[in-house]
Design a protein around this ligand. Structure first.
Ligand code: ZN
Length: 118
């Protein structure tokens, strides 16, 4: 099962041409992800992209202010959870997709074991 943000990067593009190009690229990526998921029998769920970097993946509390991009660690003021910004966001996305992130931690991608054995 895969959960991904239904990312709509409107704020990133300064010109309408750049926006069209970015929208097309993101659209193609989402389409490819969904198609590959279908082909390989994976359950791909696109989740609402708002606040995935501000919500706590453990207790669901939302921070008052967005984390600056340079801040790589998410610290929850409500429950005290500390994790890497990206892992926290990934957990929020899994929860939003209705998936249980428990047990996801430590799952290795194929190939990781081969590298370690070598
Ligand atoms: Zn929390």
């Amino acid at each position: 099962m895969i959960a991904a943000e239904d990312f709509r990067p409107k704020f990133l593009a300064k010109t309408s041409m750049a926006r069209k190009a970015a929208d097309a690229a993101i659209g193609a990526t989402k389409k490819a992800l969904l198609e590959m998921g279908r082909k390989h029998g994976r359950d791909v769920r696109l989740v609402h992209p708002a606040h995935t970097t501000m919500d706590c993946g453990r207790c669901g509390a939302r921070t008052k202010h967005a984390l600056p991009l340079s801040e790589r660690t998410y610290t929850c003021t409500a429950c005290g959870a500390v994790s890497s910004r990206d892992k926290n966001s990934a957990r929020v996305m899994l929860l939003r997709a209705g998936l249980d992130p428990a047990g996801v931690e430590g799952v290795r991608p194929p190939g990781a074991l081969l590298r370690e054995a070598a």
